[in-house]
Design a protein around this ligand. Structure first.
Ligand code: ZN
Ligand code: ZN
Length: 376
């Protein structure tokens, strides 16, 4: 059952809403790829000691982290002060040299986990704030995932070169253009997207998901590519839309939590849209459930009837073996119908066949009673 995302009366507001959902689909589609490449980044960067925190590893002040010159007045270096660790310093340098602007987002990352968790290293390539509590790529959002692709130079070795030519931060860089779509959708003043822009968004996002070098056989990317096309053509299933809705809602909550510059209008429109869609889905789900129950009842009935029929045919087969000449299935069936008619109205008596129904003796008694009530 296809579900429509056309929930607003204004066409361009619907377009904007679809664009928001599309960004979530896009993030889902890139998740597997980013997770697996971060494992490669993790092994390339080296093993840390697992004891040092960011506050231990970063001198005070550190560019992109803390500004105050005196350790005891720095808002970041409050309880833990910088100390030297050769193992972690090497890892830190490697993370920095893989950063396109040599400015990792240290504030997001927990260095104690670098040793076991590639994502904590990936977080160094995210926007500077707001991701410290995000514990996986899956929990992250479109902006986060695209930022990793742009900021971590490892990805220029696995994505098709066209996506990073000209290189960031050139506005003509295709990956920068994709990031810009995210910004435009989040920071909108009126929550409107023209038809032409929406088609352009779909086309641009789909191109990345179809990257022939790294995503051609990636199941998440293939799935997202299909969902984007379904969303574009209003062919999403109710279940599919339900999942996307959950995702979109999480992203909204996250955006609000980190006080990201999500426009007030966007947050309001999105909440309204998500509520309407949720209600639509609920109605759809109830209808599906009711239709499913009806189907189950019908299937059970059919199965019972078939079972009874099979059983009777089995009995007929046995009877034929016992009476090879004189047995006729249709004659026995006619006799059964006659017995059924004769015993109508008798309590606990029902002629369903010419075998099991007779075992208690009640059918026999009922027939005798019908013709000779004086005997029984
Ligand atoms: Zn260390
Ligand atoms: Zn400091």
């Amino acid at each position: 059952m296809a579900a429509t995302t056309n929930i607003f009366t204004h066409k361009e507001t619907n377009n904007w809403f679809k664009a928001w959902i599309a960004l979530n689909v896009m993030k889902e589609g890139l998740t597997n790829f980013v997770v697996s490449e971060l494992k490669n980044v993790h092994s390339a960067i080296g093993i840390s000691c697992g004891q040092c925190s960011i506050a231990n590893l970063m001198p005070c002040p550190t560019r992109c982290l803390c500004k105050k010159r005196k350790p005891y007045t720095c808002t970041f270096h409050t309880s833990q002060l910088p100390k030297s660790c050769q193992t972690c310093d090497k890892v830190k340098q490697n993370i920095t040299s893989l950063h396109r602007y040599n400015c990792p987002s240290w504030r997001n990352s927990k260095a104690e986990r670098w040793v076991t968790d590639p994502w904590e290293i990936g977080k160094c390539y995210l926007p500077p704030d707001g991701y410290s509590d995000v514990s996986s790529v899956q929990e992250s959002d479109f902006n986060g995932v695209i930022s990793i692709l742009l900021n971590c130079k490892h990805f220029q070795t696995c994505l098709s070169p066209t996506f990073l030519t000209p290189p960031p931060p050139d506005k003509q860089c295709p990956l920068e253009k994709i990031r810009q779509i995210g910004r435009d959708v989040r920071h909108t003043a009126d929550c409107k997207v023209t038809d032409a822009d929406l088609q352009d968004y779909f086309k641009t996002l789909a191109t990345l998901l179809a990257d022939p070098i790294c995503l051609l056989h990636d199941t998440a990317a293939i799935d997202a590519h299909r969902k984007l096309s379904d969303l574009q053509n209003d062919q999403l299933t109710l279940t599919g839309l339900g999942e996307l809705l959950k995702e979109a809602n999480q992203t909204l909550t996250h955006a609000k939590e980190v006080r990201e510059r999500l426009s007030k209008e966007a947050a309001k429109t999105l909440t309204e849209g998500l509520k309407t869609l949720e209600a639509t889905i609920q109605v759809g789900v109830l209808r599906i459930q009711s239709e499913t129950m009806d189907s189950i009842v019908r299937i059970k009935q059919a199965a019972n009837e078939k079972g009874q029929d099979d059983y009777e045919r089995g009995v007929a087969g046995t009877m034929k073996k016992c009476y090879p000449k004189g047995y006729s299935y249709s004659k026995v069936k006619k006799l059964q119908m006659w017995c059924k008619k004769m015993t109508e109205g008798y309590r606990d008596v029902e002629v369903l066949d010419m075998d099991r129904s007779w075992k208690s003796g009640l059918v026999f008694c009922a027939i005798i009673h019908r013709f000779r009530p004086d005997l029984m």
